[in-house]
Design a binder for this molecule. Structure first.
Ligand code: ARG
Length: 459
């Protein structure tokens, strides 16, 4: 018999039960559901809404149910519809009428809003820790490779020289913002909806502040209609996770490229790569590809909920039961990706020679060569044209700017002198980019310290 069967004369069709039930996925919130009920019962007793002795009885029984559920002793059945009714049924079976008093001044609408907030708060904390661990790995890889010269690209064309540490710190900064976004979203979701009732609060003299405090919320939600129907917090969290996955996906894409024979900048550790069933030579970057692929999945989760919420009138609508699966899927996916991605990064080996060779080959010091002429007094645009012609000559004659003789240089401009070679040397090119944000030793150190400090503040 359904808890809500009072006004019904017939049972629901079995197919309806199957469609309607959420216990298959919301049972994973049993801890939050019971914790919320314990706080609610304590408040009902303290306010004299139910007998304090009954509240005690309820709380004790709920603790027992929690322990039993932890140990898998209570089966989750579709007949209970959702986790809320499952807990209430078991409670009533165990302590009789007192159990039937628990739902006073409460609805499943504010109950479920509470459960998912508690659940997502916990998940954000966990994900944030994993993210901080990843940032620490990126920082460590950077620290170890401050002198590994590599080409940086625009349009995937070799553009200008930098070092691997500078490259890694770009990702460290993206991940830092991802972490701030999670913290920000956690702060905003830290509001307790319980007490909103079904939608317009309740006539009982409840103490919402007490419940919020006991459950570790910073404050209560200000409006009961909003309390039961807001899912912004979930959308915000999934947006933050989507952006984070987008960063990991870009990072993955680079790893995949760098592993290819065309680049060979890095070699993944055997434990973080896979082979082919047919091609014996293959070592595939599946982890990076999966992270890239799963990014699409997390975007999909976000858009599922966006689409569910669009056009819903206030307040609760059953459509909103569709919020949980995408939320859970997004957090599960992210939690699977982060630690493996970090381990893959920390165990990969750099092929510094190949990186430098690639940096040498693509005229990535052409800007510096033009800057050389500017230093000698030419306007930049003139210098740019001269070097462009010199590059063209190099390409036609199988040379590079480093191997061009001074005589050849002088065919393009009289201003060239023997100090040009030092000026366009790759190490010089990097060390001259000595402004904040650049790859030279001083600004790079500042970037490393900045992120190290960010991590330290969060220890
Ligand atoms: N299982 C429901 C959900 O996940 C709980 C809220 C049900 N409320 C209702 N009025 N039917 O959204």
């Amino acid at each position: 018999m359904k808890l809500w069967s009072g006004r019904f004369e017939k049972n629901t069709d079995a197919l309806v039960d199957e469609l309607n039930a959420s216990i298959g996925f919301d049972s994973r919130m049993f801890r939050e559901d019971i914790t919320g009920s314990i706080a609610h019962a304590g408040m009902l007793g303290a306010q004299g809404i139910i007998e304090p002795s009954e509240a005690e009885k309820i709380i004790e029984a709920l603790r027992g149910i929690l322990a039993d559920m932890e140990q898998g002793k209570i089966a989750f059945n579709i007949e209970d519809e959702d986790i809320h009714m499952c807990v209430e049924r078991v409670l009533t079976e165990r302590i009789g009428d007192a159990g039937k008093r628990l739902h006073t001044a409460r609805s499943r609408n504010d109950q479920v809003a509470l459960d998912i907030r508690l659940n997502m708060k916990k998940e954000i904390v966990e994900i944030r820790h994993m993210l901080l661990d990843l940032i620490a790995v990126v920082l460590d890889v950077a620290e170890k490779n401050t002198d590994a010269i590599m080409p940086a690209y625009t349009h995937l064309q070799r553009a200008q020289p930098t070092n691997f540490a500078h490259y890694m710190m770009a990702y460290a900064n993206m991940l830092r913002r991802d972490c701030l976004r999670l913290e920000d979203c956690l702060e905003r979701m830290d509001e307790c909806p319980l007490g909103s009732g079904a939608l317009t609060s309740t006539t009982y003299p409840i103490d919402r502040e007490r419940v919020a405090r006991e459950l570790g919320f910073a404050r209560i939600m200000q409006n009961s209609l909003d309390g039961v129907s807001d899912r912004d917090f979930a959308l915000e969290m999934m947006s933050a996770l989507s952006i984070m996955m987008m960063h990991l996906s870009r990072f993955s894409e680079e790893i995949i490229l760098w592993c290819s024979w065309e680049f060979k900048f890095i070699e993944l550790d055997d434990s973080y790569a896979t082979g082919s069933s047919i091609m014996p030579q293959k070592k595939n970057p599946d982890i990076a590809e999966l992270v890239r692929g799963k990014t699409g999945r997390v975007y999909g989760d976000l858009f599922t909920l966006f689409t569910v919420m669009k056009s819903l009138p206030l307040a609760y609508n059953k459509d909103m039961q569709e919020d949980k699966e995408p939320m859970f899927d997004a957090v599960d996916t992210v939690k699977k990706c982060l630690p493996v991605f970090a381990a893959m990064l920390s165990t990969m080996k750099l092929n510094r020679d190949n990186m430098r060779r690639a940096a040498n080959g693509g005229f990535i010091n052409a800007t510096d060569c033009a800057d050389y002429l500017v230093k000698k007094g030419l306007p930049f645009r003139t210098a740019y044209t001269i070097v462009g012609k010199a590059v063209n000559y190099c390409i036609e004659n199988g040379k590079t700017l480093e191997t061009l003789s001074l005589d050849e240089y002088r065919r393009f401009s009289e201003v060239f002198d023997s100090d040009v070679y030092d000026f366009i040397n790759l190490d010089t090119c990097v060390s001259k980019r000595n402004v904040p944000g650049g790859p030279a030793e001083k600004p790079l150190r500042a970037q490393l310290d900045y992120i190290a400090n960010f991590l330290k503040e969060r220890e």
